[in-house]
Structure formats: structure tokens, C-alpha cells
Design a protein. Structure first.
Length: 141
């Protein structure tokens, strides 16, 4: 039996927190549509599992982040494939605490994510990776 949208969401965010980078792309369908509508750089959607494999490949900055999932609220919708999930990553990086809120709107079919809209705090994400100045410069350019 395939996992429910709620179960897939939990596997995703807990997998990020536990650094199970190699497992995360397998939560997505081979052909998918993953967008970050609040991305300040307006990068294009990721539409394949291979693109997600690259997205989840950790860099040196990511390896320094310790995080856990907190304050999860999952909202069921009238569509059994779709959930809206509110959550936070809380943790530390280089000894400094952080909180990064997020909302995911997931469509899960046959236990795989076929569509996702990931609303994350990109400024906090850049800050905890030590990339805030680079992000600001890229936005200004």
C-alpha cells in the first residue's frame, strides 16, 4: 500500500532534518512539478527526480546545519491527493539558533509527490548557509 500525503510529507521534512539526502528524491514521482514561489531568484520549477537529486545534494554549508521539525500542522483538503502543511525547521548552525518557517502544498499520487509548492523563508535559508550577502547581491543584480 502506498503512503498517504501526510505520511509522505512527514518522510520529506523528517528526511531533511535527519540528512537522508539520498532517500529524499525517491519521495517524488519521476516526472514532477516542484516550485518555490517565494524564491527571490525566481529559479525554474524542478520537473524530474534527477533535478531533485541535484537539489538535495548537500554542500559544505548544508552539512553544518543541525535541525529538527517543529510546530507541524497538516490540513486535509477536499482533494484526497492534496494537503497543506505548516511547519518549522528549528536548529543551530555554527552554534547559532535559527527558526525557518515553511508551508508545503503537496499533491501525492500513488505515494509519490507529483506536485509541490514550497513556501519557505529563503532569507533565513541563505543566512544559515552563510550565503545571505550573495543572495542580496544576486537579487540586486
Amino acid at each position: 500500500m502506498s503512503r498517504s500525503p501526510r505520511e509522505v510529507f512527514h518522510a520529506l521534512v523528517e528526511g531533511v532534518a535527519a540528512r537522508r539526502w539520498d532517500e529524499l528524491p525517491e519521495l517524488y514521482a519521476e516526472r514532477t512539478d516542484v516550485r518555490h514561489p517565494l524564491d527571490p531568484l525566481r529559479r525554474p520549477a524542478m520537473v524530474s527526480r534527477d533535478e531533485l537529486r541535484e537539489h538535495f545534494r548537500p554542500d559544505d554549508a548544508t552539512r553544518q546545519i543541525d535541525r529538527r521539525v517543529a510546530n507541524v500542522v497538516v490540513h486535509e483538503t477536499a482533494d484526497p491527493e492534496v494537503i497543506v502543511a505548516e511547519f518549522e525547521y528549528q536548529g543551530t548552525v555554527r552554534g547559532e539558533p535559527f527558526t525557518q518557517p515553511g508551508i508545503f502544498v503537496l499533491r501525492v499520487r500513488d505515494g509519490e509527490i507529483v506536485e509541490s509548492r514550497d513556501y519557505l523563508d529563503h532569507l533565513t535559508g541563505a543566512r544559515i548557509r552563510g550565503q545571505l550577502a550573495d543572495l542580496v547581491a544576486a537579487v540586486q543584480a
